[in-house]
Design a protein around this ligand. Structure first.
Ligand SMILES: [Zn+2]
Length: 469
């Protein structure tokens, strides 16, 4: 079976064929480390993690490179704002390097909590200034740049296919009113973009490096081109990001990369849709934003959010609400309980061989390999969990196999431990209090058990006790 992916460049689903037979070169735009990631950002990383897991499950080796943007990402897309890290450093009265370190660590804590597989290479922009300068020099030699007002610009009129990914209507744009955008008078074409800044309109820039064009710092777009080519070669297989990267960031990455090499840069472009909140697209500029830490405060586990995200296709918008997260939480817990009872019953990994089990596996792969259809893949997981006619070992093995793509950590679920004697003594005491209708004592003992990590459940046939999941 083969993997089918929707390529934004062709606007169609294509069969994925990597340039090297079994090894995939994958570049995903990483975080700009000036603040915590909000859960809308994390949705994009989760889609990329699912892509990677599906490629691995399908037998490919994946060479995954992700950057850390720690310089040059301005608050405005048109080179018109302030460096995001620099602004935060001023606000928090810290060094910009400390800001970068702090939020990089926070980002990977979220990354791990969501059970995402770490990239093969994580590269910081500030560690690759040399590669960026080299790339700008190449562009200069080929006549694609000009210097104006101290900055080095890429001239989009020096190439004939600018905007091909976004299918930009350049003439229509030039005629449209641009009153809403701060115009940089130094640009020959308003769509030209900065490769190297030597001046900042917003005062001192802490991060500066010497260059042939003067002391300065790189533009945001050049870093992804320079680092991806450094680690993956001048042409590679897949580049991903959120759909908001299409019209400017990825458009400019393509323009400068292909102008520098004269070759097609990336074969498959994949983009994840937005997470919406009540007011529309989730963003950090709208006051308090939703982070994984905030979800935890509301009593959710990071994997509840992963389950919620898997329930929608990555190319569909997803509207976030605590109600839908609650539903995801209860669904994930039910799957966890089903897996725990399989483990309690002694289920073992085996080789899938029955026709029914093989049919389930094919069904799952058909969905997940068809442009990562996670909602349908989850439906197959549920069918298997509920199907009592399958053998216990095959059922357990299928669930773990599906989880290679879904990443819900079902393989970490262990059998119930025997409940320690002191806990059982408290539980017995609580049962006696309950039988004597001493509700106060019975409730107090229930709370004490909860504090020790055990849940008492009262059913029609009496009470039971189990360890919290
Ligand atoms: Zn990028």
């Amino acid at each position: 079976m083969s993997v089918q992916l929707y390529n934004t460049m062709s606007r169609s689903i294509e069969t994925f064929v990597p340039a090297k037979e079994d090894e995939v070169g994958l570049y995903t735009c990483g975080p700009t480390v000036y603040n915590y990631a909000h859960i809308g950002n994390l949705r994009t990383f989760l889609f990329e993690d699912t892509l990677k897991r599906v490629l691995l499950q399908s037998g490919f080796t994946v060479n995954h490179v992700m950057n850390i943007t720690d310089v040059g990402h301005l608050t405005g897309d048109g080179d018109d704002g302030e460096d995001k890290l620099q602004r935060m450093a001023k606000e928090q009265q810290q060094s910009v390097w400390d800001i970068a370190d702090f939020y990089t660590t926070a980002f990977f804590a979220d990354f791990d909590a969501l059970n995402m597989i770490r990239p093969t290479i994580v590269c910081k922009a500030t560690d690759h200034i040399e590669q960026m300068i080299d790339l700008i020099k190449r562009l200069e030699e080929r006549g694609h740049t000009y210097t104006s007002g101290g900055n080095v610009y890429f001239s989009i009129d020096s190439i004939d296919d600018y905007g091909k990914l976004a299918r930009l209507d350049l003439e229509g744009m030039q005629n449209a009113s641009r009153e809403d955008v701060e115009v940089d008078d130094h640009k020959r074409n308003p769509k030209d973009f900065v490769l190297w800044f030597t001046r900042s309109k917003h005062g001192d820039q802490e991060m500066m490096w010497p260059s042939p064009w003067g002391r300065g710092f790189p533009g945001w777009h050049i870093e992804c081109s320079a680092m991806s080519m450094h680690y993956l070669g001048e042409s590679f297989d897949i580049h991903c990001g959120g759909i908001d990267a299409i019209p400017v960031h990825h458009t400019n990455e393509i323009a400068q990369s292909e102008a520098a090499t004269g070759k097609e840069w990336v074969k498959y472009w994949l983009h994840g849709e937005f997470l919406l909140d009540d007011t529309g697209k989730m963003s950090k500029s709208k006051g308090e934003f939703l982070t994984l830490a905030l979800l935890k405060k509301h009593g959710f586990e990071p994997l509840d959010y992963r389950y919620l995200v898997l329930g929608a296709h990555y190319r569909s918008q997803l509207r976030f609400s605590f109600q839908s997260l609650k539903m995801a939480q209860s669904a994930r817990r039910r799957i966890g309980e089903a897996v725990r009872s399989m483990v309690n019953g002694g289920a073992q990994r085996t080789t899938i061989s029955s026709d029914a089990a093989l049919a389930y596996r094919d069904d799952f792969l058909t969905h997940i390999q068809h442009d990562l259809n996670t909602p349908q893949a989850l439906a197959v997981l549920w069918s298997v969990v509920k199907d009592g006619t399958l053998g216990a070992d095959e059922r357990y093995t299928l669930v773990l196999y599906f989880d290679q793509a879904l990443g819900l950590r079902l393989d970490a679920i262990e059998a119930d431990e025997e409940i320690p004697a002191d806990i059982m003594a408290l539980f017995d005491e609580r049962n006696r209090a309950k039988a004597a209708k001493d509700w106060e004592k019975s409730d107090a003992l229930r709370s004490e058990l909860a504090q020790k990590g055990y849940v008492v459940k009262d059913g029609q046939s009496g009470s039971s006790i189990e360890k919290k999941m």
